[in-house]
Design a protein. Structure first.
Ligand code: XCC
Ligand code: SF4
Length: 666
């Protein structure tokens, strides 16, 4: 009997050798070759099997929100130029996009809610395994929210802050959400009020968007898209809550050195991979792993090696210096090394396929959330009340897995790179403060005004196999760094940079243009961390994008302008998840020129395309740039930066020569 049948039935066997263009990560390439010769299926094979993809879906003109449908818009077929109910292409495209945004906002905000409830219960003394780690940040948040902090204990204040956060989820009856309102510029506040897109409740914004895009509701694409922007700002609010409150619970990240790529998996250790997004679980598991190291040794291993996958990996790297193994598209490949004893998952971006891959190995897949179950996996009902107990039980399962390994199936690529991570907004400000303690952000804005830097770019987001894995990320960052742009990154983009060595100190000499090199050199001379500075700054997981957005707000305030005038752009070269759609839309509302390197499903309506690329610009100052060629995407980002910095300089000169009133009229 063949091994395949013993291992759980016939499997799809890849007939094709691994295509060298599928990834530009050498470790992933090595594993893809390995998978091809073992006849194992990966996400790369399934992507190929799905092509060509449905043109109606790709254009966004397939509607299936009522069961009279699905309707497909076909302009060439009389009667089919509209849906059965009469919905035009523009209505259908806009509704589909809006529902993506609602989906993304649900993910981030539910994550934020979890953090708020955990903080509340910690403050109430109900969660013995959690504590308030960063009281300074707690007090700063309370101050920003206008809460009276004098004379209150950390627990009392945490209760108020958590309660205030939870209020942002409910209906604030016309008052904007406080996490949005207290973190944006004066100008944005006025703009959002004027356009009526400041959410007055996260859940409300999501529900109303789903309601408004149901059958027989809003048919006006401009109205639908602008309401989607309100939900995107609700997404921002939820993300900000998540980041702030997890910092309070587990500490605000500080510069840290570690390593990334599949080479961090160590054959002699119990390897426990943690995958997903939620530090409320993973922080405890890291603690549990440290406690149970001796049990692993007793089982014959050298100890426990925790490695991170996707954004939970980013969170653990940022706060604990835990190794990063893989991003979204390479999650299966980590299991295929044959040396992962357990993969523990929490929420979001967990491919159901990991279970099928694990079937060919000894790896135990452990799900932990009641909204994420994968048939055939172990499930632990993770609750904060008995967090450590559950975390230890899960770690013990990994230890048990160590003895079940098949040595013949172990293949670990040697590739790994040094990573300097931990760049929370606070860490960035501390770095700038070494040069100018009074006005730290001016160190960055002055470098732009003097022409040393051309601006800042946030590269965020996922992997998407419509392009070569990680290639979009790497091309954009190298191109921008060469042209003196300071690049900050989050999510799977950050993992791509970590794996490719773009977060190592050596990468500065290799890729930075003269201006960026001089800028980073100045920071280093003033007292950067002993291990040096990276080329690309890791600002966290995808839920941490508000760290990078806050930097934009600080720069705007420093320059005395609103955000659409700040030379700061955003890019999602490999956007995939609904969350990327909501983050990108939020960036546009906040005033970022926002490049997306994968064509979203909007080409079926010229009108919606125009709203995203032009009308958004006219109204909000931010806009989308869609370009699937990363080099040309980078050029467009550079020209957006140059246009803004040129205007800033002209404005400065006019102010110096003719006074601020004359300069204010531009
Ligand atoms: Fe998921 Fe965050 Fe995207 Fe990566 S980056 S594919 S959302 S893990 Ni956020
Ligand atoms: Fe078709 Fe209209 Fe139903 Fe959409 S809402 S599926 S366009 S009938």
């Amino acid at each position: 009997m063949s091994e395949e049948i013993i291992l759980g039935g016939p499997r799809y066997v890849s007939k094709r050798p691994a295509d060298p263009k599928r990834t530009c990560d050498p470790a992933a390439m090595e594993m893809l070759e390995c998978a091809a010769c073992r006849g194992e299926q990966t996400v790369f094979d399934r992507y190929a099997a799905q092509t060509p993809q449905c043109p109606f879906g790709l254009a966004g003109i397939c509607c299936r929100i009522c069961i009279q449908g699905p309707c497909r818009i076909n302009p060439k077929r009389p009667g089919a130029e509209k849906g059965i109910c009469g919905a035009h292409d523009y209505t259908i495209v806009a509704r589909n996009v809006a529902r993506y945004v609602a989906g993304g906002a649900s993910c981030h905000s539910d994550h934020g809610r979890h953090a708020a409830v955990a903080l509340l219960h910690t403050a109430e003394g109900k969660l013995p395994d959690y504590k308030i780690t960063d009281e300074t940040k707690l007090r700063r948040i309370a101050g920003r929210l206008g809460l009276e902090a004098e004379g209150k204990t950390a627990a009392e204040l945490a209760k108020e802050v958590a309660t205030e956060a939870l209020r942002d989820y409910n209906d604030r009856m016309g008052e904007p959400c406080s996490w949005l309102d207290t973190t944006i510029t004066e100008g944005r506040r006025a703009k959002f009020k004027h356009c009526d897109i400041a959410p007055d409740g996260i859940d409300k914004a999501i529900v109303q968007l789903i309601h408004g895009t149901a059958m027989g509701m809003d048919a006006d694409p401009v109205n639908i898209i602008f309401r989607a922007l309100r939900t995107a700002l609700a997404d921002y609010t939820g993300m900000h809550i998540a980041t702030d409150l997890t910092d309070v619970l587990f500490g605000t990240p500080e510069p840290v050195i570690s390593e990334a790529n599949l080479g961090v998996i160590k054959p002699e250790y119990v390897n426990l991979a943690i995958h997903g997004h939620n530090p409320i679980l993973s922080e405890l598991v890291v603690d549990a792993a440290r406690r149970l190291d001796d049990e692993a040794k007793a089982a014959g291993a050298a100890g426990i090696n925790v490695v991170g996958v996707c954004c939970t990996g980013n969170e653990l790297l940022m706060r604990q210096g835990v190794y990063l193994a893989a991003n979204q598209s390479s999650q299966e490949l980590a299991i295929m090394t044959g040396a992962i004893d357990a993969m523990l998952v929490d929420i979001q971006c967990i491919q159901p396929s990991i279970r099928a891959v694990a079937e060919c190995y000894h790896t135990k897949i452990i799900t932990t959330s009641d909204i994420v179950k994968i048939p055939g996996s172990y499930h632990f009902d993770f609750r904060e009340e008995k967090a450590m107990e559950t975390a230890e039980a899960m770690v013990r399962l990994a230890i048990a897995g160590y003895a079940e390994r098949n040595p013949e199936r172990i293949h670990i690529p040697e590739h790994k790179c040094t990573v300097i991570a931990g760049w929370s907004l606070e860490a960035m400000i501390d770095l700038f403060a070494k040069v100018n303690p009074e006005r730290p952000v001016s160190v960055l804005t002055d470098a732009i005004l003097s022409g040393e830097l051309r601006g800042v770019c946030l590269v965020a987001g996922c992997n998407n196999l419509k392009g070569s894995h990680d290639e979009g990320h790497l091309t954009i960052a190298k191109e921008l760094a060469k042209n003196d742009v300071l690049v900050v990154a989050t999510g799977c983009a950050a993992v791509a940079y970590a794996k490719a060595g773009l977060m190592s100190p050596q990468s500065v000499d290799q890729y930075a243009g003269p201006g960026l090199k001089a800028f980073l050199g100045r920071l280093a001379a003033a007292g950067s961390p002993e291990f040096g500075l990276p080329l690309v700054f890791h600002m966290g997981s995808c839920v941490d994008n508000t760290r990078a957005e806050d930097l934009m707000t600080l720069m705007a305030n420093e320059l005395g302008v609103d955000t659409p005038k700040v030379p700061y752009v955003a890019s999602a070269p490999e956007a995939m998840h609904e969350k990327a759609m909501s983050i990108g839309s939020g960036c546009v509302a906040l005033g970022f020129p926002t490049h997306v390197g994968v064509m979203p499903h909007i080409e079926g309506s010229q009108l919606v395309y125009g709203i995203a690329t032009q009308i958004a610009h006219d109204v909000y100052g931010g806009y989308f740039i869609f370009d699937t060629d990363p080099e040309s995407g980078a050029r467009k980002l550079l020209s957006a930066l140059d246009y803004r910095s040129w205007k800033l300089r002209v404005h400065r000169q006019a102010a110096e020569r003719y006074g601020t009133a004359a300069a204010a009229s531009w």
